[in-house]
Ligand binder design. Structure first.
Ligand SMILES: NC(=O)C1=CN([C@@H]2O[C@H](COP(=O)(O)OP(=O)(O)OC[C@H]3O[C@@H](n4cnc5c(N)ncnc54)[C@H](OP(=O)(O)O)[C@@H]3O)[C@@H](O)[C@H]2O)[C@@H](O)CC1
Ligand SMILES: Nc1ncnc2c1ncn2[C@@H]1O[C@H](COP(=O)(O)OP(=O)(O)O)[C@@H](O)[C@H]1O
Ligand SMILES: [K+]
Length: 488
């Protein structure tokens, strides 16, 4: 607990300094519950008091961790028990402080806040405190699932102990957590392996396909794309362009001539396949499909992938064409609305709101039911393997929620699937090197794609508007940025 508190106090100090604030004389209020989470918060506040901060503890449950409370008092902290009568007064006072530490509930919570603690947090959320730091997990967020019991005080920083909890890496919990800082407290060897895995740029550097010296286009992987229609020409143009710049040997486009002309005007490297397509190592099926001809092409391609054992990235309109059970090297890419329909196909009746409030649960369920990798798009993208592993990537920014952004993701994924299918995901390759087992490799491939898409989008956006086309154009530079980490 001392290590955790120390890590928390240090993180508060760093955050204040980064804001250009002095530590001495600044004010901090810790909202302390009665369990160990409150204990961590009180010990941390005692350390901050000894560094000259003006400290207040609001005890939200009447009692508090006895040793931590004693340490806090001994360090000169002021104690304010919360009750029905003083909620408003304490909310206003707390919101005026330089720092608020949320240490009401941690991993031992059952359900969310209630009574005066809930009222205090709801009032504080409205008052927008300058800096909120959550202890271990924002109170009200389920540490195991990311499901939230409102109200929750949105943190700028969550200081968590031992390892990043799943609830900090899946929405809506991630949306309440701000940046996540992990403090090692010496119990890591005894913790179960984390339920969610996030690939870092160092992982990507190891995993990205790299053409060997004697590479030629057919050894690097060919991706077949069935996308677009007279109505949604752009989806074809964007997904083919994105596929083409994501490192395959070649892109074959299947679709009507009118659309193909526009696709080729943008990406002359692509090959139009009016009739029987040539061989491919992977498929991208679905962006912007409309009309029976394109649906038929997607159906035929899906059948070819099924029979030939090729990976297929299945998006948008093609999600309706899936068989009941998919091969484990297929990657389905629904957004929350499409996941709702996908689950409906296996008799799981949910609304989009249900999916958005339990992202981890439903993405896992969809992978279980379909047998495929399911990539749920959103601010945080979750990728569930049918084997149970879930990756969480959050590399983009909200400017990426723009029409066609998903088509670009599809193109990136299709190209990567072709590259990996051509080079093999081998037993002793880079995936094994970073502890990714054979049964979770296609999910890892999808996570690589989601991460590249996010990084490219963030680079294209900076901190302002961007377009899907700009995201695609940023992909080659994103590969170069990642490759710089190879020797780092
Ligand atoms: N584990 C470790 O190795 C380490 C753990 N560490 C720290 O411990 C934290 C976990 O501590 P914890 O187990 O004491 O639980 P915690 O989250 O403080 O709250 C539970 C308390 O609140 C109560 N309560 C429950 N639900 C409630 C609700 N809805 N509304 C109101 N009250 C509710 C419940 O009381 P009950 O209802 O059972 O009487 C209980 O007393 C963890 O997040 C981390 O900060 C670190 O020090 C590093 C090492
Ligand atoms: N708030 C957000 N922050 C970061 N990325 C986002 C956000 N919202 C959406 N995205 C990303 O943008 C893409 C949107 O895809 P999709 O919903 O299929 O849109 P479209 O069909 O218009 O292309 C996804 O990759 C998703 O992860
Ligand atoms: K907390």
């Amino acid at each position: 607990m001392q290590r955790a508190a120390h890590g928390l106090a240090n993180a508060v100090v760093r955050e204040l300094r980064a804001d250009g604030r002095r530590i001495y004389g600044s004010s901090v209020t810790v909202l302390a519950g009665k369990g160990n989470n409150g204990g961590d918060g009180l010990f941390a506040a005692a350390m901050l008091a000894r560094r000259g901060m003006r400290t207040t503890a609001v005890l939200t449950a009447g009692s508090a961790h006895p040793d931590a409370l004693a340490a806090f008092r001994a360090a000169g902290g002021r104690v304010q028990p919360l009750d029905d009568a003083n909620v408003e007064e304490l909310a206003v006072a707390t919101a005026g402080d330089d720092v608020v530490i949320d240490a009401i509930l941690g991993t031992g919570a059952r359900g969310g806040l209630n009574g005066p603690a809930a009222e205090l947090v709801a009032a504080l959320q409205e008052l927008h405190p300058a800096l909120v730091v959550a202890c271990d997990v924002p109170s009200g967020v389920d540490a195991d699932t990311g499901e939230t019991h409102w109200p929750v005080l949105t943190a700028r920083l969550t200081v968590t102990f031992g390892g990043a909890k799943a609830g900090l890496l899946a929405d809506p919990g991630e949306g309440c957590s701000g940046r996540v800082h992990v403090v090692q407290i010496g119990i890591e060897d005894h913790l179960p392996s984390p339920a969610l895995r996030r690939l870092t740029v160092h992982d990507l550097a190891k995993l990205l396909p790299h053409p060997g010296r004697r590479a030629q286009k057919y050894t690097r992987g060919v991706v077949g794309v069935v996308a677009g229609s007279a109505r949604y020409t752009g989806a074809a143009a964007l997904s083919v362009e994105a596929a083409s710049v994501s490192g395959p040997g070649m892109v074959r486009y299947l679709g009507p001539e009118t659309v193909a002309r526009q696709v080729l005007a943008r990406t002359p490297e692509a090959i139009w396949e009016p009739d029987e397509p040539g061989r491919v190592q992977a498929w991208l099926l679905g962006p912007g499909l409309d009309g029976s001809d394109q649906l038929q092409r997607a159906k035929d391609a899906l059948q070819a992938a099924y029979d030939g054992g090729q990976p297929a990235v299945v998006d948008a309109g093609a999600l309706e064409l899936l068989p009941e059970r998919c091969p484990p090297n297929w990657i389905l890419t629904p957004h929350a609305g499409e996941l709702t329909s996908l689950l409906g196909r296996s008799e799981v009746r949910v609304t989009r709101d249900d999916v958005e409030s339990r992202t981890l649960h439903f993405v896992r369920l969809a992978a279980e039911h379909t047998g495929a990798v399911v990539l749920l798009k959103g601010a945080t993208t979750l990728i569930a393997s049918p084997s149970g592993t879930v990756f969480s990537q959050s590399d983009g920014n909200p400017w990426m929620s723009t029409a066609g952004s998903g088509d670009v993701l599809g193109g990136i994924l299709g190209a990567l699937a072709a590259s990996y299918a051509a080079s093999g995901l081998g037993d002793d390759g880079p995936f094994a090197g970073i502890g990714i087992g054979p049964e979770e490799r296609w999910a890892a491939v999808a996570a690589v794609g989601a991460s590249i898409h996010g990084m490219a989008g963030k680079a294209a956006s900076g901190a302002g508007p961007t377009t899907a086309a700009a995201i695609a154009r940023e992909v080659p530079e994103t590969f170069r940025v990642i490759h710089k980490y190879v020797s780092a």
